[in-house]
Design a binder for this molecule. Structure first.
Ligand code: PMP
Length: 361
């Protein structure tokens, strides 16, 4: 058993900032003199409304979300958005364009295909999802209701180095594993969604940022809870929201603000990723398959030259307080997820461990 907190490289649920957990710990029995835990509060009481409103405001400030965008706090994970996006955005059209860059894109595509014709505007499947299609090669169907893409593929560790230009067609992004990793021009998007459990807070909460003009014409006969307008009209409290996850997300937004905001995060994230990729590239033992300019800053997959040593690597790493480095079951190998809450010290420790491991195996 570890006496200290470990460096947890999980892809999600992932590490949360220690300061945030300490604040939550300090407030767990009695939130700011209310005499109760946030978990025990009515979501309609003035205390929780204050927590919820402050969280949204801090998120709006961090991302400079324009006034014509709504922020929704929903459940069902990013996976529910795979369906909610077509349900809300088709609006009389029958086709949507999708860019296929990995396992999460494919899941979004499969779900959309239940509601409409999916046009594949670009795919790197034949290349083994080791890159992003160049912007000039995207082929967007002009009758698309929207264009969907996954800026960062969590499993493949492949990240877009550009925002697709879709003209007047709304752009939809699954930012589950890249939101808040750096500044973002929200005005380029129709919808942005992200499951919380990587860069936002605990699992159970999903953030949806949606442009106002895209709200209010869902497909007929859909569940009330699948209509964005339900959330807009009720400030995301049509039913009981995931209150504690919302509160913790608010603490994370505040922490990001205190750390200097998203410009500061982008600089640190760049430096953290560079350290790991340099360790990988300067060795003959480790390998990352992704083309250089599409390498993810958040998820760094790598393989060992001798894959029979994988379990040994994982066990030794664990003894050094470096955990959850096993790659996704669908691709194998290793993966280090290094979201905002992973400190530089964790990346330094991993890089050092990798160099030592290579020497003695
Ligand atoms: N999209 C991406 C890019 C993801 O990384 C994940 C989760 N790993 C999902 C979607 C699915 O998210 P959820 O589990 O919140 O449904």
């Amino acid at each position: 058993m570890h006496k200290e907190r470990v460096f947890n490289f999980s892809a999600g649920p992932a590490m949360l900032p220690t300061e945030v957990l300490e604040q939550a710990q300090a407030e767990i029995l009695n939130w700011q003199g209310s005499g109760m835990s946030v978990m025990e509060m009515s979501h309609r009481g003035k205390e929780f409304i204050a927590i919820a409103t402050a969280a949204e405001q801090n998120l709006r400030n961090l991302l400079t979300i324009p006034n014509n965008y709504k922020v929704l706090f929903v459940q069902g994970g990013a996976s529910a958005q795979f369906a909610m996006v077509p349900v809300n955005l088709l609006r009389g059209k029958t086709r949507a364009s999708y860019i296929n860059t990995g396992i999460w894109s494919k899941k979004a595509i499969a779900e959309a295909a239940r509601y409409c014709k999916v046009h594949i505007a670009g795919s790197t499947e034949d290349a083994g999802f080791d890159q992003i299609p160049p912007a000039v090669e995207l082929d967007i169907a002009s009758d698309s209701a929207y264009v969907h893409y996954t800026p960062n593929e969590t499993i493949g560790g492949v990240e877009f180095d550009y925002i697709p230009d879709t003209g007047d067609i709304p752009l939809v992004a699954d930012m589950s594993s890249s939101i808040l990793s750096g500044p973002l021009d929200v005005s380029k998007f129709g919808v942005i969604y992200a499951g919380a459990q990587k860069n936002i807070g605990p699992a159970g909460l999903t953030i949806v940022i949606v442009r106002e003009d895209l709200i209010g014409e869902p497909l007929a006969n859909q569940p009330t809870m699948f209509d964005y307008k339900t959330y807009v009209d009720a400030d995301s409290m049509y039913n009981t929201p995931p209150t504690y996850a919302w509160y913790l997300a608010g603490l994370v937004f505040k922490w990001l603000k205190d750390k200097g905001g998203l410009e500061a995060m982008a600089r640190i994230n760049q430096a953290k990723a560079e350290k790991l990729y340099t360790t990988i590239d300067s060795s003959n033992f480790y390998k990352n398959p992704v083309v250089l300019h599409n390498r993810s800053l958040m998820n760094v997959p790598f393989t060992l030259a001798d894959n029979t040593k994988e379990n040994y690597f994982l066990e030794e790493a664990k003894l050094n307080g470096l955990v959850t480095l096993k790659g996704h079951r669908s691709v194998g190998g290793m993966r280090a997820s290094i979201y905002n809450a992973m400190p530089m010290a964790g990346v330094d420790a991993l890089a050092e461990f990798m160099r030592e491991f290579e020497k003695h195996v």
